[in-house]
Write a protein of this length. Structure first.
Length: 168
């Protein structure tokens, strides 16, 4: 019985050491928050980020006066990644989805960004982690605010994402 318990504990310990996780402060367009990345195989990981979002919406009233509304809310970013060397380290590529849901008084604005990105993540021997990526994003906007238009009808945006934290 002691041998079985010993083998069980060793198996759990080895599998726990094989797990790779990273917790970071992350920033992407419209999303500043806490990011968690988990290696799911030797070359693949999944990233999730929940954060705060603030979108400035310029509105023009019926007499032509312009004013800015600060629409604030929740943002969620998800990205499966393929690492060329080892999960959580080095060059990576993958698709992403960034959902930004904000509210100004009773007016809601939802921005859904989707696309592909490529980047690099560096992890020191002590676990300090620094990463970033660049990509292209298409997007959809839904808003209760009349006439909301992003970048005068441009349907493609650059995607910039950075993170700093600790991997274990």
């Amino acid at each position: 019985m002691k041998k079985i318990l010993f083998l069980f504990l060793m198996t759990i310990s080895i599998s726990a050491m094989a797990q790779k996780n990273s917790v970071k402060l992350g920033a992407t367009i419209g999303n500043l928050g806490l990011q968690y990345e988990r290696a799911i195989s030797d070359h693949f990981s999944i990233v999730g980020q929940v954060g705060f979002s603030k979108i400035e919406i310029e509105e023009i009233d019926f007499v032509g006066n312009s004013y800015t509304k600060d629409s604030k809310g929740l943002a969620i970013y998800v990205s499966p990644r393929y690492y060329f060397s080892e999960a959580l380290k080095g060059w990576h590529i993958g698709p992403f989805l960034n959902s930004i849901n904000t509210k100004y008084e009773d007016e809601k604005t939802n921005l859904l960004m989707y696309g592909a990105e490529a980047g690099y993540q560096w992890v020191s021997n002590s676990g300090f982690t620094l990463g970033g990526s660049l990509g292209l994003a298409g997007f959809n906007v839904e808003s209760d605010i009349d006439g909301v238009e992003v970048l005068n009808g441009v349907n493609l945006l650059p995607q910039i994402q950075v993170g700093i934290g600790y991997s274990f």
